[in-house]
Design a protein around this ligand. Structure first.
Ligand code: RTP
Ligand code: MG
Length: 143
């Protein structure tokens, strides 16, 4: 296995429920190290650009409205096989299908408000990290 980086968002529903610390704890317990982190309130343009691959789908407008409805936490996570490791602790897109003990099973009930985003491949991770962070905002561990 290789050390990878992935991009993560704690979505407006989970931020509103004061779950930032609980979700960061899940990342760290899973061996994912936080290399960059900030709170932002996405603009319409920022959210549409981030989810460009979904443009034209029936849930696109609702997704953009939700993602701009309140602040989010965006972060870069690093660890062994980080892309898949993060997807595993997140659980399935629809919380109803998410395995017990995953973030979405424990903290979300709706597919449209499912607590977290995680990159689905190393290529999308690199693109998504660069979408929200400059190189000097990402701080590799020195010890
Ligand atoms: P994400 O990108 O947020 O990590 O979620 P994902 O890969 O598990 O799901 P994706 O297919 O990329 O969809 C992005 C987000 O769109 C919303 N969605 N709603 N109503 C629906 O059928 C539907 N399908 C997708 C979800 O909030 C999903 O996280
Ligand atoms: Mg996705």
């Amino acid at each position: 296995m290789a050390i990878q980086r992935t991009f993560s968002i704690i979505k407006p529903d989970a931020v509103a429920k004061n779950l930032i610390g609980a979700i960061y704890s899940r990342f760290e317990s899973a061996g994912l190290t936080i290399l960059a982190s900030k709170m932002i309130h996405m603009s319409q343009e920022q959210a549409e650009g981030f989810y460009a691959e979904h443009k034209g789908k029936p849930f696109f407008d609702g997704l953009v409205a939700f993602m701009t409805s309140g602040p989010v936490m965006v972060q870069v996570l690093e660890g062994e096989n980080a892309v898949l490791a993060n997807r595993e602790i997140m659980g399935s897109t629809n919380p109803a299908d998410a395995a017990r003990g995953t973030i979405r099973a424990d903290y979300a009930t709706e597919v449209s408000e499912n607590a977290v985003h995680g990159s689905d491949a190393t290529e999308s991770a690199a693109r998504e990290i660069a979408y929200f962070f400059t190189d000097d905002e990402v701080c590799p561990r020195t010890r």
